[in-house]
Design a protein around this ligand. Structure first.
Ligand SMILES: Cc1ncc(COP(=O)(O)O)c(C=O)c1O
Length: 361
């Protein structure tokens, strides 16, 4: 990600690659919570927080976002990135077999690779509407797999699993005794409420659910993520790794996140309103800045993966940045050979981007 973005440093580009909905302004958030940040933070301590996160925060997460989770099952982190880093390092050793769904958010592959694991991938394909091939998953499990890494709602395609596919994955993991790491940072952004799935940590004893308030909740400025897992031994190992990273969160962030996560539905509703309005502008066959693209309309989240028909994805991104001032990401950042670009459609500037893109025929 960094190397690709480096070439555009100092160019003042409008970000159109983001996977989070339009971030909240402070006043907008205060009016939804019904309290000012000053009031929420009135009695905040400026000492160290508890390593695993405050009881109040973990209670807000367990009670409002999960069905079958206790506060003790939750560890709060400085973002989902830290939760991923800690759990991979707690769980994995050199030569472990890991299976990851691609295209993938880079750390889901890179962290296990850096640990020295044998990382195999299973690719979603647009010709199959980005559906996961469960027969292939079972074949891979048969060859040995310690952890299966999934991310639905999916970044970058916006694909999602059906109830039946979800159940089948849990059954396969149980049958082959595989840990299931589910990056659920976009959970809550299903465009149709009926698509919402249980969190894996609620239904599977070797399930690990990852969440964060930067993505589905659109609050990247408050740096709180978490993992949920029923396995006390694994949680203890995760905390040992965390001792070498943030150690604990900012108490200010924890207080704000606690207040915010007591009212998740109001926040998600605001985000879905922006997303669903922008989604109406997406066409499956289209031209952007004169280049032909093909898109599977996303079912969830606010990123889409537009395949380029007759141009190279990296070159297209460079043209869009240098000539038109927008930053989008090429597929090479998602460990896939698919020739595509990720475009975020959660931003209030998305309609302007589409309008400009269509003006170049
Ligand atoms: C699938 C996925 N997981 C985790 C993260 C990390 O979230 P954060 O940077 O807020 O920790 C991201 C960020 O883009 C993501 O797309």
């Amino acid at each position: 990600m960094t190397q690709f973005s480096e070439q555009f440093r100092g160019m003042n580009l409008t970000s159109m690659h983001s996977t989070n909905p339009e971030p909240f302004a402070k006043t907008e958030m205060e009016s939804i919570i019904g309290n000012s940040f000053a009031e929420i933070l009135e009695d905040v301590s400026l000492g160290f927080a508890a390593d695993e996160g405050s009881v109040e925060l973990r209670q807000a997460i367990a009670e409002n976002l999960y069905q079958n989770t206790q506060p003790c099952d939750v560890i709060a982190h400085a973002g989902a990135q830290e939760a991923l880093y800690c759990v991979f390092n707690a769980l994995l050793e050199k030569n472990d077999d890991v299976l990851v769904v691609t295209p993938a958010f880079e750390p889901l592959i890179r962290i296990p690779q850096n640990i020295g694991c044998n990382v195999r991938t299973i690719e979603l394909q647009s010709k199959h509407q980005w559906k996961l091939d469960l027969q292939k998953v079972e074949e891979e499990f048969n060859s040995g797999c310690k952890v299966f890494i999934i991310n639905f709602p999916h970044n970058p395609t916006g694909a999602h699993l059906s109830d039946k596919e979800f159940e089948e994955i849990i059954n396969l993991c149980r049958k082959y005794d595989v840990w299931l790491l589910s990056d659920e940072v976009f959970r809550g952004l299903e465009h149709d409420e009926s698509l919402k799935l249980p969190a894996v940590a609620d239904v599977y004893e070797k399930g690990i659910s990852i969440g964060v308030i930067s993505k589905a909740f659109a609050i990247p400025g408050v740096r709180i993520g978490w993992l949920v897992c029923k396995d006390a031994e694994l949680r203890s190992k995760v905390l040992n790794v965390k001792e070498y990273l943030s150690v604990c969160n900012s108490q200010i962030d924890e207080k704000l996140a606690t207040a915010i996560l007591k009212i998740p539905n109001q926040i998600l509703q605001r985000n879905l309103q922006i997303i669903c309005k922008n989604k109406e502008l997406i066409r499956s066959e289209d031209k952007l800045f004169g280049f032909q693209i093909k898109v599977e309309i996303p079912q969830s989240g606010c990123s889409l993966f537009a395949e380029l028909i007759n141009a190279d994805a990296e070159k297209f991104c460079k043209i869009v940045a240098k000539k038109y001032g927008y930053l989008i990401y090429p597929s090479s950042l998602f460990s896939t050979n698919i020739n595509a670009v990720r475009i975020g459609f959660g931003s209030k500037k998305f309609s302007e981007f589409i309008k400009k893109g269509r003006a170049f025929l």
